[in-house]
Design a protein around this ligand. Structure first.
Ligand code: MN
Length: 303
């Protein structure tokens, strides 16, 4: 490619798209329609990411049933709402509402039983749920919440009109994300790029990374090639130490990266452990009511 500088040193590489994922329509909870990108027939997992769902509908029939009480053990759930309101409530009496632009990063650890229900009877509900694995040594750690409303998420404004909402991780200019101390050392950015502008972000060499185009369209400017990524598509990125992309129209995207754990994964529904024996144990503990009593630590910021 004429305008790319060839680097032979693996630490100076812009990541190429290694795989495009279009997602599959499915439903979960009590009948919430969603599009699943990770944990789908196309992409089983992208260590340390176990699942990515997008839910987007202005038809209440698609979301009103919500996600009644269910358990989690062994990983983290990240709910980021672009539009709408979701109420969450757990069996240890932690409760709150996530609103447009807000995020909840829940470390389920040894166990949480919670419900996630739309706090609206009409209008658009649009958001994402990402599951991030925990390393074996932290799967049975105490539950923890980190919750931030829209105003509490740091934003970086660049001269070229690019805006970066920093949910987790750190931008090149040093803006630190709201969510801290994540085992996978995750980066989670919501980036708005005006048409024709180029956005670049450093990502650690050994981290798994992907982008999801919320609206607009872009080209990933990799070391070897340019790949167009349309709206509502996920692009998995290959090796390299930075991500470069050019918006081909006004574009909003998520950029998500994290350190793989490279540990055995045994998963069944809401439990993600390292062995089948630990899954059986999780079911047994759940039946015995063990998930009801763990009080989570809470970090809540309503700026
Ligand atoms: Mn849940």
């Amino acid at each position: 490619m004429a305008n790319s500088i060839q680097h032979h040193d693996a630490t100076g590489m812009a990541r190429d798209v290694s795989r495009m994922v279009r997602g599959s329509e499915t439903s979960d909870g009590a009948g919430v329609r969603l599009r699943r990108y990770i944990a789908s027939p196309e992409l089983d997992m992208l260590d340390p990411f176990l699942l990515l769902d997008a839910f987007r509908s202005d038809d209440p029939e698609d979301y009103i049933a919500g996600f009644p009480p269910h358990p989690h053990r062994g990983f983290e759930t990240v709910t980021y709402l672009l539009h709408g309101r979701m109420r969450h409530k757990d069996s240890a009496r932690h409760e709150g509402v996530i609103e447009s632009g807000g995020v909840q990063w829940m470390t389920a650890g040894r166990g949480i039983e919670h419900s996630e229900m739309p706090e609206q009877e009409q209008g658009l509900l649009y958001g994402f749920q990402l599951w991030v694995n925990l390393p074996a040594e932290l799967k049975m750690s105490p539950p923890r919440y980190q919750e931030f409303n829209a105003a509490a998420i740091p934003e970086e404004y660049r001269d070229d009109g690019i805006t970066v909402r920093v949910i987790a991780g750190r931008t090149a200019n040093g803006v630190e994300g709201a969510v801290r101390d994540i085992s996978a050392r995750a980066t989670y950015l919501d980036v708005s790029v005006p048409a024709e502008q180029v956005f670049e972000q450093a990502v650690e060499q050994n981290h798994a990374a992907f982008i999801f185009v919320i609206e607009g369209a872009l080209e990933v400017l990799g070391e070897a090639r340019k790949v167009a990524v349309p709206a509502e598509s996920l692009a998995v990125l290959g090796g390299g130490d930075r991500i470069r992309l050019r918006a081909t129209s006004d574009t909003r995207l998520l950029l998500i990266a994290g350190q793989p754990f490279r540990e055995p994964v045994a998963r069944y529904g809401p439990f993600v452990m390292n062995s089948e024996q630990e899954i059986i144990q999780a079911f047994e503990d759940y039946r015995n009511g063990d998930f009801s009593g763990y009080r989570a630590t809470e970090v809540t910021h309503d700026a």
